[in-house]
Ligand binder design. Structure first.
Ligand SMILES: [Zn+2]
Ligand SMILES: [Zn+2]
Length: 307
């Protein structure tokens, strides 16, 4: 989902201020971490429901200082485009009617590049008294630090409101499903399931291609997870087909409805060719249905005679 500049800036600010970062879509806390790369350091946020957001942080976000804001306001009033003091990117300016004055404007500034931000509220008082907009939000405890046990989190949140307590409890999530992020990054693995527990990522699934299994580990690294347990089972096709034939043949023989029929099962990379004979059409359908349910079977091609 696309985020507005304000949403981006607020998410990044929540990260640097150690506040919970709520997914804009689901309004639940996301896992957040910083990926330290020389050329492209990023904040990564992963929603338990699968969204992933990345924010470039070279340079890191700042809240503009009062002198900076004053210059920006003057620039904006002069119809000059103020730039970010960090990376000189042209700032995005939001102008709202002044809160404390009958005329005039308050200003918010956002850097589209480093997501730095600042707000200038015109109080009309002499310059010394003008306060550049600290957002009146209380510092929240570092709930995203997973090393804090649940009872301690709840203790930290005990004076807070219900939302804060909820954050404290949810931050304890033992396992976060991040499968969707891996699929989006191009992981092609059967029954893929990726979960993050603390700072470890567990990758499960099946494949018959060792390179695809290795690629999943590479994706984890690229997504910024340093500790990866790759538990993907790399199957060997020959023994897999043998198992399919054995299981298939046996299940068909054990099925009462198929008594008196003859079957011969051949599997090639999970694709079954079923030959033999049945008495009726429904028996043929049943045999195909039984074989289709076997693990690893991709398709069943029946070539059965009626007799
Ligand atoms: Zn979400
Ligand atoms: Zn900037």
């Amino acid at each position: 989902m696309a985020l507005s500049l304000t949403e981006k800036s607020e998410l990044v600010s929540s990260f640097w201020k150690d506040r919970p970062s709520a997914c804009p879509k689901h309004e639940i806390p996301m896992r957040t971490f910083f990926v330290e790369r020389v050329y492209k350091p990023q904040i990564v946020m992963v929603c338990p429901r699968g969204e992933m957001f990345r924010f470039d942080q070279k340079p890191k976000q700042i809240e503009f200082s009062r002198p900076h804001l004053k210059t920006m306001v003057l620039d904006a009033q002069e119809r000059e485009a103020p730039g970010c003091p960090q990376d000189f990117a042209p700032l995005v300016i939001y102008r709202t009617p002044a809160k404390f004055l009958p005329v005039g404007w308050d200003f918010s500034f956002f850097c589209p590049s480093c997501l730095s931000y600042g707000q200038w509220i015109d109080t009309g008082r002499p310059e010394e008294d003008v306060v550049a907009a600290a957002k009146p939000r209380k510092e929240a405890p570092a709930f995203h630090d997973e090393t804090i046990p649940l009872p301690k989190r709840m203790e930290m949140a005990k004076d807070g409101n219900l939302t804060l307590k909820l954050y404290a409890a949810m931050a304890q999530t033992d396992a976060v499903d991040i499968t969707a992020a891996f699929i989006r990054s191009g992981a092609v693995i059967e029954s893929l399931r990726v979960i993050q527990i603390s700072d470890i990522v567990l990758i499960r699934g099946k494949t018959n291609d060792r390179r695809k299994a290795e690629h999943a580990s590479e994706i984890a690294t690229a997504l910024g997870y340093p500790r990866v347990a790759n538990l993907i089972v790399v199957r060997d096709d020959v023994s897999d087909d043998a198992a399919i034939v054995y299981t298939g043949q046996r299940r068909l023989e054990l099925e009462r409805e198929l008594e008196g029929c003859r079957f011969h099962v051949v599997s090639t990379l999970g694709v079954i060719r079923l030959t033999g004979s049945v008495h009726s059409e429904p028996q043929s359908d049943l045999a195909v249905a039984i074989l289709t349910r076997i693990d690893g079977v991709k398709a069943v091609h029946p070539e059965l005679n009626r007799r």
